[in-house]
Design a protein around this ligand. Structure first.
Ligand code: SAM
Length: 191
């Protein structure tokens, strides 16, 4: 629990200290930062995909995809199609390179976009590693766009007063306590 609070505090501190957006973006069109880049360890990624019960029939979206590892692992392990969205062009370049190295270009796509305004309507699984406040901001668009039965899995952070269907806490391979949450959409738009 203490490790988890420390991890959340680190992420929050990084948000406050880091520039809001990548310098390469035009100042007039800079989207707001939802979280700094901190990758989810691969063993935790695998737990997130297991919690969502991803299959080859799923379309997995990672909002703030970093180096693309979540959709890449989903494609590699389960054969699912995936879309990663990040506003940072460096992350998108890394994700595309990783997909190419793994020969997964036909299954995964990476888009440089603001997650807040993305079209996620085809997703059956959405993954998040942002912040509680950012999850809360995304909640209206997620519940408006996603079809009933879609799953949302968040690493570490909850989504306001929307109670998760399931929460798992476990020790990762480095001995750090991790928590992941699962929600399932039911057609109710949650503002
Ligand atoms: C904590 S990292 C998570 C990376 C990846 N999902 C993972 O779990 O390994 C958050 C990511 O969100 C991206 N991000 C922050 N604000 C964003 C926004 N408004 N739109 C799209 N991506 C954003 C950052 O560039 C960063 O790569």
């Amino acid at each position: 629990m203490r490790t988890q609070i420390a991890a959340a505090a680190t992420l929050l501190a990084m948000v406050m200290l880091s520039p809001l957006t990548p310098a390469s973006l035009d100042a007039r069109q800079q989207p707001a930062s939802l979280a700094p880049y901190v990758p989810t360890p691969l063993d935790v990624v695998h737990r997130m995909l297991e919690l969502a019960k991803v299959t080859k029939d799923d379309v997995v979206y990672d909002l703030g995809c970093g180096d693309g590892r979540i959709v890449i692992e989903a494609a590699q392990r389960y054969g699912s199609r995936g879309v990663g969205i990040d506003y940072d062009p460096e992350r998108i370049a890394e994700a595309n390179a990783a997909a190419q190295r793994r020969g997964l270009q036909d299954l995964v796509t990476f888009r440089q976009e603001d997650a807040m305004t993305a079209d996620v309507s085809e997703a059956t699984v959405v993954t998040l590693y942002l912040l509680t406040s950012s999850n809360r901001k995304l909640r209206p668009m997620l519940t408006r766009q996603l079809r009933p039965g879609a799953r949302i899995v968040s690493h570490a952070f909850r989504m306001g007063d929307w109670e998760p269907e399931e929460t798992q806490s476990f020790e990762d391979q480095r001995g750090n306590t991790r928590t992941i949450h699962l929600w399932r959409t039911d057609g109710t738009v949650r503002p």
